[in-house]
Design a protein around this ligand. Structure first.
Ligand code: GLN
Ligand code: ZN
Length: 754
């Protein structure tokens, strides 16, 4: 019979219990037993709510104390040598995740195109693997003791190796497949012996462009594992199998899961390719966004699959693990009922999966209430004037030129005449330390203990003090410090129409770290200026140049839950227009230099190369839309970080910002090679201070970096600035570092003059 299934549940807990337990354990305020007890309670609670929702196939081993990829490194015994001496398993696990004084943490990076971050496995030449199956076995038994036969979730060997980093030159982690497979085979045998009929093996790499070597690795892996133990549900998500469809369908495993939310069109091809004896799991409920499912539409996909393969081999599931969804909409207090009626968090998604399975088994009438509620909400959403605002859509439909009035060369002349900056001009990226005082004042204001006037006076005093410090340091282009901002996206979202904020919509970003992304639910517009007050106030305090500071449309989009009833590009264009208005208001207020941050531009890249151009085209257009309205002598900056740019240089150049500041110091300026090789025409501020480390960089370090930068980039093109904003640093190190930074710039000027 058709089964309702889940692929993974959020681990953090409705009230972020896991975060609190971890942080108290790390501080030494509670012991490992307390941490494990909280974790076990969360698992038990999550299992039982899945059962109560009517989910028939419930996962285990989806829980993790920190990250499931880190768990996989431990599972297969891939412990980097620098941690091998730590004997306590908990201490070692968290040392790998977070580092110790003696051993730096393992690297962390983004999990595919989500905002979840995983710990990158580290592999060596001749790497040995050894099975450490404690966690999946224990969790399986733990669930069984609660009366549940679960389906363990394991990250597949080819995805594991593909995500790993080789720590020896010339090593390709995939070369370690032969050494790794026996460990997986043994795990599957042990799980089967324990009574696991099925395991879910995740191979999300199947939605990527695969090399021949990866394809061969998949063939080899599943030839070895398909019959090694429990039946395997090969699980793919986040996209379309496309050219890997044949391969995925053919691998000798018992079942295949596909993401029909991201890629509904792949169903036909998969049905055509799937051998007659395989189970198909259709992911029809969005695991990574917050919108209520259109059950009629989802049921259409289910029915199509059912017509083709019959009821025995069908599973209905979310598109991917619910890890990326907040836990429970019912607990949400900040949203009004109408808005809530359009949403579904993890718990509600389970109900949707369950309703679809009931409808499939017993007819739609058996799930009538769920279908009717879904249809009513979808219809109300479609017609709602809160969502669809004709004046916003009409404006977005107007053609607006994305080009500045003049070429960069002639803008530069006008800007030089206006600003009269020295060679190697110095600036910062925007934020100054968000000290305890700043956070306390904001919290007091939010709680109503501090009134608006008192809060404003506090912010004015912080801003003024930051300006005096910058003047004393001798920086050339000042910033106001962003003390009024909690977060670079939230600050804007709170002032734009079409955004909502939850009180409890947390999702895990990494480890104990959770984020509460804004919800872009409707057409976006800007009712009033957002930053002019603070920029104008700051500018009024000084004779130096003041840089206005905005978050760009792509980054606002990328770090929010985005509506799915219109293309992302359209939503982004609406945001771009709102930012454009803000840019023009800043210009009007006399702010001649305006920075539009786009740190998330690169992370928006689609998973498949073939889709990059289309994305980059609209993303760059939205940036240009926000920036292009100004006069030639207004200088537009942008800022990017956490990324490699080599492969998107043409897009960065097409943004046509007068100045770009980028994170480079950690890569020892390597990144600049891309700008040099591309002959990047506009001005560049390569970060010379790694603000992620507490260390104060010497003047000599920064001079050396600038010399290195100067090898490929003309001196007239170079700016001097840190890698990123300074909100996480303390004032003493900021002052000391910026003093050295200004001295480094002055030394280069002297050298150039002499
Ligand atoms: N202007 C922002 C700041 O300085 C930029 C932050 C970022 O790039 N992530 O904080
Ligand atoms: Zn940055």
């Amino acid at each position: 019979m058709t089964r309702s299934a889940n692929l993974g549940f959020p681990r953090i807990g409705l009230n972020r219990e896991l975060k609190k337990a971890l942080e108290s354990y790390w501080k030494g305020e509670s012991d490992a037993a307390a941490l494990h007890a909280t974790a076990a309670q969360l698992r038990a609670r999550h299992w039982s709510l899945q059962r109560e929702a009517g989910i028939e196939v419930i996962p285990s081993n989806d829980f993790s104390l920190y990250d499931h990829v880190l768990d996989t490194s431990v599972l297969v015994g891939a412990i980097p040598p620098r941690f091998a001496g730590i004997t306590d398993p908990d201490a070692r696990y968290f040392a790998m995740a977070r580092g110790t004084d003696a051993a730096p943490a393992m690297e962390m990076t983004k999990w595919f195109d989500t905002n979840y971050h995983f710990i990158v496995p580290e592999l060596h030449r001749g790497q040995r693997f050894a099975l450490n199956a404690g966690k999946p076995l224990d969790h399986f038994r733990e669930a069984r003791a609660l009366g549940l036969a679960t389906r363990p979730v394991i990250l597949g060997p080819v995805s594991f190796l593909s995500l790993a980093k080789a720590k020896d030159d010339g090593l390709d982690p995939l070369d370690l497949l032969d050494a790794l497979l026996p460990v997986y085979a043994e795990l599957l045998a042990q799980l089967r012996a324990e009574g696991a009929g099925w395991v879910q093996i995740d191979e999300p790499v199947l939605v990527l462009d695969l090399s021949g070597k990866q394809q061969a690795a998949l063939e080899k892996a599943y030839a070895a594992l398909g019959k090694a133990g429990s039946d395997i549900l090969l699980t793919t998500y986040f996209g379309d199998l496309r050219d890997n469809t044949e391969l995925a369908a053919r691998l000798p495993v018992a079942g295949l899961h596909i993401d029909l939310v991201r890629a509904p069109d792949q169903l036909d091809a998969v049905l055509a390719a799937l051998p007659a004896d395989k189970t198909l799991s259709v992911g029809v409920v969005d695991g990574r966004n917050i919108w209520r499912t259109d059950l009629d539409a989802a049921f259409g996909l289910v029915t199509k699959a059912w017509d083709h393969i019959g009821p025995e081999r069908l599973e209905i599931a979310p598109s991917c693990s619910l890890l990326h969804s907040p836990v429970d909409l019912e607990a949400e207090t900040a949203l009004d009922d109408e808005l809530k009626s359009w949403l579904a968090f993890a718990r509600q998604k389970l109900d949707e999966v369950s309703a679809l399975a009931i409808a499939q088994k017993r007819g739609r009438g058996a799930a009538r209430a769920a279908f009717e509620a879904s249809a009513a909400a979808i219809a109300a959403h479609r017609a709602s004037p809160r969502i669809h605002r004709p004046e916003v859509k009409a404006r977005a439909a107007q053609a607006i030129t994305l080009d500045r009035n003049s070429s960069f060369a002639s803008r530069r002349e006008k800007q030089r005449a206006r600003f009269n900056l020295p060679a190697y001009p110095t600036t910062t990226i925007g934020s100054f330390p968000q000290t305890k005082d700043v956070r306390q004042a904001r919290a007091a204001f939010k709680k109503g203990q501090l009134d608006q006037a008192g809060y404003d006076a506090f912010l004015e005093q912080q801003t003024e003090s930051a300006i005096r410090i910058q003047e004393e340091l001798g920086l050339d282009v000042l910033v106001h410090g962003e003390f009024e901002r909690n977060d670079m996206v939230e600050y804007f979202g709170e002032q734009l129409d079409g955004f909502a904020f939850t009180r409890n919509g947390w999702v895990q970003s990494y480890g104990s770290r959770c984020v509460k992304p804004p919800v872009i639910y409707g057409d976006v517009s800007r009712p009033a200026p957002m930053t002019v007050r603070w920029s104008a106030f700051a500018a009024s305090l000084t004779d130096r140049h003041m840089k206005g500071m905005l978050t760009g449309p792509v980054t606002i989009l990328q770090w929010s839950f985005v509506r799915v009833d219109q293309p992302r590009a359209e939503t982004c264009r609406q945001i771009g227009l709102a930012i454009r208005d803000e840019v023009l208001d800043l210009e009007q207020a006399g702010i001649g230099i305006i920075q539009i941050d786009e740190p998330a531009l690169r992370e928006g890249l689609p998973l498949r190369r073939a889709d990059w151009d289309a994305y980059l085209r609209w993303a760059v257009d939205c940036f240009r839309l926000s920036a292009s309205g100004v006069a030639d002598d207004t200088q537009i900056h942008t800022h990017m970080c956490y990324a490699e740019f080599n492969d998107i240089m043409p897009a960065i150049a097409a943004m046509d910002a007068d100045v770009i500041s980028i994170e480079t110091s950690r890569s020892d300026m390597e990144l600049l090679e891309a700008f040099r090789d591309f002959n990047y025409p506009n001005e560049i501020g390569p970060g010379v201070w790694d603000i992620h480390a507490p260390r104060v960089p010497d003047q000599a370090d920064m001079e050396a970096l600038l010399h290195k930068a100067g090898q490929g980039i003309a001196p007239g093109q170079l700016w001097v600035n840190p890698d990123c904003g300074l909100k996480t640093r303390g004032w003493p190190e900021v002052k000391a570092s910026l003093q050295n930074l200004v001295a480094a710039a002055k030394a280069l000027r002297l050298a150039a003059a002499g």
